[in-house]
Write a protein that binds this ligand. Structure first.
Ligand code: 13P
Length: 249
């Protein structure tokens, strides 16, 4: 059985006090779930979050990191820094990083290499823009995003990779991909992996869906055979909603 995962990407939300309070609500109310639960608070709250969740099964993960190990990169955070505060998993390739901070497939290939070198787990995000879908290029775009950043890895490296398909047009817009659209793309991703590597690898990889997942639609999306969970933005900021989503399997 593939690992099921529900991860909350808090983006640039929640200061330290708000982080403490949301984690308090989550730890008090989160039941045992089929899915592994992760949260990605902002950098300044990571260490506190790690301390608060040290004995809890909710994992604290990073939202981003630089590909260099250290040096003159003002404002950046390295893999070693994340690991030093207890973070072993990092989100890379989020569409907001690509769109607003100029992250390219080439930069992402370097970032995933660095994460791998540090034996970190990677939640790798990718997904097409609205124009790509309208012009019918969405499969090609997704395939090239995956190939350019990840296909240089040998099969053995993939045990540290979780994929997160996030169609850009569905992020923060309230417009979710239909469960059928999500399933169609996730199946395509698995077929692409099977062709490039093996059926075994393709069937073992967890592929999350992200983009306006809410308590009201999570159950149906997660019920699709190739959808292994979700990367949740807005709805991860309310304990009640995030818990409802984590319970949706
Ligand atoms: P929303 O759930 O707010 O659409 O965000 C999805 C996302 O970008 C998670 O990384």
């Amino acid at each position: 059985m593939r690992r099921k995962i529900v991860a909350g990407n808090w983006k640039m939300n929640m200061d330290l006090a708000q982080t403490e309070s949301l984690i308090d609500e989550l730890t008090r109310n989160m039941p045992e779930t089929v899915a592994d639960v992760m949260i990605a608070p902002t950098f300044t709250s990571l260490y506190r979050a790690f301390q608060l969740l040290r004995t809890h099964k909710i994992e604290v993960i990073g939202q981003n990191m630089h590909y260099e190990d250290n040096g003159a990169f003002t404002g950046e955070i390295s893999a070693g820094m994340l690991k030093s505060v207890g973070v072993n998993t990092v989100i890379l390739g989020h569409s907001e990083r690509r769109a607003y901070f100029g992250e390219t497939d080439e930069m992402l290939a370097k970032k995933v290499d660095t994460a791998m070198k540090h034996e970190m787990e990677i939640v790798f995000c990718f997904g097409e823009e609205l124009e790509d879908r309208k012009s019918g290029n969405h499969f090609q775009v997704v395939e090239s995003q995956l190939k350019n950043a990840l296909f240089h890895f040998p099969e053995s490296a993939w045990k540290n990779i979780i994929l997160a398909y996030e169609p850009v047009w569905a992020i923060g817009t309230g417009e979710t991909a239909s469960p059928e659209q999500a399933q169609e793309m996730h199946k395509f991703i698995r077929e692409t992996l099977a062709a490039a590597y093996s059926e075994e690898l393709a069937n073992g990889i967890s592929i999350l869906y992200g983009g306006s997942v809410k308590p009201g639609n999570a159950g149906e999306i997660f019920s699709k055979p190739d959808v292994d969970g979700g990367l949740i933005g807005g709805a991860a900021l309310k304990a009640e909603d995030f818990i409802a989503i984590a319970k949706s399997f």
